[in-house]
Design a protein around this ligand. Structure first.
Ligand code: PMP
Ligand code: GLU
Length: 400
């Protein structure tokens, strides 16, 4: 019998980040002392004033009904104001904002609204796991341009230019980047914008979800460049900067026609984001930003700790990430080596070896388009990070 499931879902890969996190959770529940560095999830609690706003919203008994599909007006206005004032996106207005159930949902909505069968989307690689699968689900064809370790994994404007064809509809990158932590500079984004502006009907999806975890200073938004507002969908959300992964609130800022299309698809799929979570998000974006800054400071300190420990492991090659909370070291030095019943052919095997022998979970770089690397999330306590790196060093040292 043919499968009852659609080709659409049969052709889709499972999210490698979530799959590895699930595996680590299962081993932990069996009593194994796993240190999970696979999931890109803040280990901090959602700041208290945001929690309080959600409680107050429940007590007010005003937010139990279907919310407006594109999000509460005051939240959309607060987001637009933040984009104008913090990101210099001067054209941003509430009507350009659509609030969704997490940035992942914002990205899915956007691709569903942009892509026709066979349209190409250029992805700056290494890239976040879900981009390619969502593009394929929408009928699109992912086209990867590869950043090299020497250039901090950042693909360039000239690589972009060479990858464009008559079928290219959109490009997508994240900055700060998941999985590499690299940050595009203003000059790099200006060069990318010049390439994009030469084409009609080509848009940029700028995923800025890690903007508040940027060690180079303020994040630069490509939508703030002349002529780019009409060609950019800026994606952002509350999961990372406000430690709100479980609340599921993300948003886009897009030219009106695209924002309207996203609102339309959302009206058919979810009827909009959860009301109480939106009230919490409003307190996050409009309130005191100190807790986000404190979290970013803590990540910066951890980056230093992990960097020193990684540099002390023979065979590991790493760049210095400038944002987000990931390291993305090259681990090819270990390919072809064996220990304790494991043979490490590739990064997938190395992750399984480290899970089994060091009890530390990482994610294979293959899931992010870079099969020579592994991703380590340092959104974990300093004690866990030090212990994890000690175990990783020991286990890698045994490979021969
Ligand atoms: N973009 C990137 C680059 C991410 O790492 C994530 C992580 N979850 C998302 C989007 C989606 O975030 P969320 O759906 O939690 O808002
Ligand atoms: N974005 C995070 C990560 O890359 C969370 C998991 C996910 O949504 O894929 O690990």
């Amino acid at each position: 019998m043919n499968s009852i499931l659609s080709d659409r879902i049969l052709n889709m890969e499972e999210s490698a980040t979530l799959a590895m996190a699930k595996k680590a959770r299962e081993l932990k529940s069996q009593g194994i002392d796993i240190i999970g560095l696979s999931l890109g999830e803040p280990d901090f609690k959602t700041p208290k004033h945001i929690q309080e706003a959600a409680k107050a919203a429940i007590d007010e008994e005003k937010y139990f009904s279907y919310p407006p599909v594109a999000g509460y007006q005051d939240l959309r206005e607060a987001i637009a104001k933040k984009l104008r004032e913090e990101n210099n996106i001067s054209e941003a207005k509430a009507e350009n904002i659509v609030v969704s159930t997490g940035a992942k949902h914002s990205i899915a909505n956007t691709f569903m609204c942009l892509i026709n069968e066979g349209d190409e989307v250029v992805i700056f690689s290494p890239y976040w796991v879900s981009y390619a699968e969502i593009i394929k689900l929408a009928g699109g064809v992912p086209v990867l341009i590869e950043g090299t370790l020497e250039n901090n994994f950042k693909a360039t404007a000239s690589q972009l230019e060479a990858a464009l064809t008559d079928k290219t509809k959109a490009i997508i990158y994240s900055s700060p980047c998941n999985p590499t932590g690299s940050v595009f500079s203003q000059a790099e984004l200006e060069a990318i914008a010049e390439v994009v502006k030469k084409r009609e009907n080509l848009v940029v999806i700028a995923d800025e979800i890690y903007e508040l975890i940027n060690y180079t200073g303020k994040n630069f938004s490509i939508a703030s460049l002349p002529g780019m507002f009409e060609r950019t969908i800026t994606v952002n959300g509350f999961s990372k900067g406000y430690a709100m992964t479980g609340w599921r609130v993300g948003y886009i800022c897009a030219p009106l026609a695209i924002a309207k299309a996203v609102e339309k698809i959302q009206g058919q799929f979810t009827s909009g984001g959860t009301g109480i979570a939106q009230r919490a998000a409003l307190a996050g974006i409009a309130g005191d930003q100190q807790s986000s800054k404190d979290m970013a400071d803590a990540y910066f300190k951890r980056r230093g700790i992990v960097l020193e420990l990684l540099q002390d492991i023979p065979g590991i090659k790493t760049h210095i990430p400038e944002g987000a909370f990931y390291f993305f070291p090259d681990v090819t030095a270990f390919f072809g080596k064996s220990a304790q019943g494991h043979t490490v052919k590739d990064a997938d095997d190395l992750c399984l070896y480290l899970l089994d022998i060091a009890n530390v979970s990482l994610v294979t770089g293959a899931a992010f388009g870079a099969p020579n690397c592994v991703r380590l999330s340092y959104a974990a306590s300093e004690e866990e990070l030090v212990e994890a790196l000690k175990r990783i060093k020991k286990a890698l040292g045994e490979l021969a």
